[in-house]
Design a protein around this ligand. Structure first.
Ligand code: F6R
Length: 600
């Protein structure tokens, strides 16, 4: 994770570029931050714990420089404090680093034998020390970089300043994204082009094992053996990037409310002309099986799709957590299509799983939000969720867009393999066209969600239960709540509770559920009564007209199975949000988290 930025110019002060870049990268981590810049041929370093706002306060307004590097950190090795914060300086070398140096302990031990002493617990300081060691050995920074690439195991995007050469920034990349933006007499390095769009939309992408020497006038990119690589300059053309909160107090609320537009925006090209539009979706009938891989919320979107593929389209489907998938036998074969779901397109585990499938030459499809992200280049085919920037750490509008796209893939499959008739498919398409009104209806029950939040926000354990599709949704509901409110919340298959977990139910424990499957609802309601009998406070989201004593009902409109999950998740998102408001947490940047998980 973490965000890096570096800038060098011969006609402007680069300090505002560093700060703006870091502010735009804060979504990658925000537990400490720092910058290094040159002043009178000396490298000065400022580091703080906490957010970029703390860093800004520490930098005096009149500091100017033409070369600098900066970092916002999500701690992996060593506590989140100012000592472990980047930049790390080791004698001649100052670096900021994204990624993980996997063999850092071994390298550290070897360097200690050579009397190197370390001040921090980080792998990044070891990277700086190793670069310094090679630099002193060869008296040549490029040789040092090439040796570094040969000997380091792990992932890195590094920006490096060298005391003896403050006319250049050096940058090295493996498995952690890195771009070099270019504008008039100024070049800017960053871990995400969006960090520097205020200054330029023209950029180069570095590939794995490449390094570059960047000064105000030129960018020289080389392969690991030192050969110059001529890269195509890319132009970032995405327009209308709205990074403001509008009139909302939090990005999360804004993004939840945007779902009335974003779901339809994502799926419109595949429904607007009925079946003809649906046919634009990839044909999955040629595969024996569908595998879906993702992390966190993206994995939960995959669970909804699995249910629909199996139950509606009669198609074998399995869903895997990327960090597990990459280390297990997946019996890969060309008859299985593997779908990779990711908002950011940069999640390290999902990328690793994708590379695994690609190395076996098996087919892949991406459902990705961020264009030009690492995964978007790797997959055979990509369907974009097109929800715009999702800034709040807790994913909401990306999840519903992922579910909507996956649902249409299932619908197309059910049409092609005749699990559903043409008439049924057309009816479902018509209902999808009405999604805006349906979503609006559920979003508008704010008072209900706020009341529920008020009833339960002081609790420390909350359970989410459901069966089938409702279980997949319960998992997302519990995740949303725990990540932003810090309340311990768990999801369980409703029928599984009495095999152990019911022992945790006590007076007033909230148990929240949804029941959307006519064949299973009675069973879920029985399970709710079982916890009610043990003192729980019970809430049920449903599209049926149930009236049950002591069960608080939240009604959603009655819709077909493809749309249900898109509506049920909204109360889950808003309940989590309003609880977090009452608990006064940092909703958009919850503790310990980051928007893009670029380490394993
Ligand atoms: C939870 C959340 C995370 C992400 C997960 C995968 O609200 O946002 O669980 O869903 O880190 O991220 P992407 O989708 O970027 O691969």
């Amino acid at each position: 994770m973490c965000g890096i930025v570096g800038a060098i110019s011969n006609n402007r002060n680069i300090m505002p570029i560093l700060i703006t870049g870091l502010e735009n990268l804060e979504y990658r981590g925000y537990d400490s931050a720092g910058i290094a810049y040159s002043k009178d041929n000396n490298v000065n370093i400022i580091k703080v714990t906490g957010k970029i706002s703390n860093l800004k306060q520490k930098i005096s307004k009149d500091v100017e420089s033409n070369i600098g590097i900066g970092h916002t950190r999500w701690a992996t090795h060593g506590q989140a404090n100012s000592i472990n914060a980047h930049p790390h300086k080791f004698k001649h070398i100052t670096i900021v680093h994204n990624g993980i140096i996997e063999n850092f302990i071994e390298i550290k031990e070897k360097l200690k034998e050579k009397n190197y002493q370390f001040k921090t617990d980080t792998d990044s300081e070891v990277a700086a020390a190793l670069l310094n060691y090679y630099y002193e050995k060869f008296n040549n920074i490029e040789k040092a970089i090439k040796e570094f690439i040969k000997n380091v195991i792990g992932s890195y995007a590094i920006c490096l300043m060298l005391d003896d050469d403050l006319e250049n920034i050096y940058t090295i990349k493996k498995e952690s994204p890195l771009v070099i933006g270019t504008t008039d007499n100024t070049n800017i390095i960053a871990s995400d082009i969006r960090a520097i769009l205020k200054y330029t939309n023209k950029y180069y992408i570095l590939d794995d094992f490449e390094y570059a020497k960047v000064n105000a006038k030129e960018i020289i990119i080389k392969s690991k053996d030192g050969k110059i690589i001529n890269k195509n300059l890319k132009v970032f053309t995405e327009k209308n990037i709205d990074n403001s909160k509008g009139h909302y107090n939090h990005y999360m609320l804004k993004e939840i409310m945007e779902q009335k537009e974003t779901i339809l925006n994502t799926i419109l090209p595949f429904i607007e002309e009925g079946i003809d539009s649906l046919e634009k979706l990839p044909d999955l009938t040629k595969y024996q099986e569908i595998a879906i891989v993702g992390c966190g919320t993206a994995y939960h979107a995959g669970l909804v799709a699995k249910y629909l593929f199996k139950e509606i389209a009669n198609t074998k489907c399995n869903v895997y957590i990327a960090s597990e998938y990459r280390y297990q036998n997946n019996f890969l074969n060309k008859d299985t299509l593997t779908i990779f779901i990711s908002q950011s397109g940069e999640t390290a585990d999902t990328i690793a799983a994708l590379k695994l499938v690609k190395n076996k030459d098996c087919p892949t499809l991406g459902i990705i939000n961020v264009k030009n992200s690492t995964m978007s280049f790797l997959v055979d085919k990509c369907l974009y969720t097109n929800v715009g920037n999702e800034i709040a750490v807790a994913s909401t509008k990306a999840y519903t867009a992922q579910v909507a796209l996956l649902s249409l893939l299932v619908l197309a499959q059910a049409y092609r393999n005749k699990s559903l008739s043409k008439k049924e498919v057309l009816q479902i398409i018509e209902e999808f066209k009405n999604i805006k009104t349906l979503v609006n209806d559920v979003l508008n029950k704010k008072d209900l969600y706020q009341k529920l939040a008020k009833d339960i926000y002081k609790e420390e354990d909350i359970f989410y239960i459901g069966r089938g599709l409702d279980y997949a949704l319960a998992m997302e509901g519990a995740l949303k709540l725990k990540e932003i409110s810090y309340i311990h919340s768990e999801s369980y298959a409703a029928g599984e509770l009495k095999h152990g977990t019911i022992s945790l139910i006590k007076k007033n424990t909230p148990v929240i559920s949804s029941a959307t499957n006519a064949n299973l609802n009675a069973k879920t309601i029985s399970n709710l009564k079982e916890v009610l009998a043990r003192g729980a406070n019970v809430y049920l989201i449903t599209d049926e007209n149930y009236k049950e004593d002591n069960i608080n009902i939240i009604n959603i409109p009655k819709v077909n199975i493809f749309i249900k999950s898109l509506l049920i998740v909204i109360p889950y998102q808003l309940i989590a949000y309003y609880i977090a408001v009452l608990r006064k947490t940092d909703i958009d940047k919850p503790k310990n988290l980051a928007k893009s998980v670029t380490v394993e």
